[in-house]
Design a protein around this ligand. Sequence first.
Ligand code: AHR
Length: 321
Amino acid sequence: MNFRALLLASAVSGALFSVGAQAADMTIGFSQIGSESGWRAAETTVSKAEAKKRNINFKIADAQQKQENQIKAIRAFVAQGVDAIFLAPVVATGWDSVLKEAKEAKIPVVLLDRDIDPSGKDLYLTAVTSDSVHEGKVAGEWLVKTVAGKPCNVVELQGTVGASVATNRKKGFEDGIAGASNVKIVRSQTGDFTRAKGKEVMESFIKAEGGGKNICAVYAHNDDMMVGAIQAMKEAGLKPGTEILTVSIDAVPDIFKAMAAGEANATVELTPNMAGPAFDAVIAFKEKGTVPPKWIQTESKLYTQADNPMAVYESKKDLGY
Ligand code: AHR
């Protein structure tokens, strides 16, 4: 045990997490949401690769989209005495008691890609996420600029109800279009971040909006739902990418394929490498007592058809999507 590091960490953060382990003998548990999207699958693959690079014994528990499974997994990791826990929280609320248990066991928790309610702020070491309000805003601003003053009815495919990223991406988009009275959200429903639901909900939007004639653009909180929506539009005889504009989030390879085919217009990138910075933060904390910032922010880059989508597709397709 490195007492200087322990004293330093306790003094700076007031936390009681134990420090002193070396990366090579560290065991870290990851409570992953599931595999609802291509992005999620890539995050799992990239996390394993990042763990291997650092010689970390990495255990992943797949919660199959259920918070109760995530809570069970965290309790199991605590019982095993892991060195740290990564959590991708499916929803933002309901974590306080299980995270208190981890804190009492002196096991630092790092949030990956989604946030929890502010009541839980003292219960985790750091969160590695993008600014998901900003992502939505970038999407909204792109649309406002692209329609250049023409009236535009938007249908929105939301992510999982209660997920921080769904709440934030909705808010950000609304902020992005706030100054443009010509751009209006006319329908908004959850597609749960999946292709199948995205397609199903888009079919109902098309039916409700004059066979699609009244829809100018689709905004989806992730690319997988957009890929499903594109399929629904094509089956209804519509032309996504030209008759109906699309903007979504993640930047998975399939959306670049659709962009190259002229069937999708824009996407905002979310890196699948959340675990790399999280491992580095835990290692520095455990080995040197370095307390990371409460938020390690990842970048959000906008891609459009002008960005050579086929080349981006090629560069991403082996990342585990
Ligand atoms: O939390 C990140 C989101 O979760 C991704 O945008 C989406 O594809 C995933 O399922």
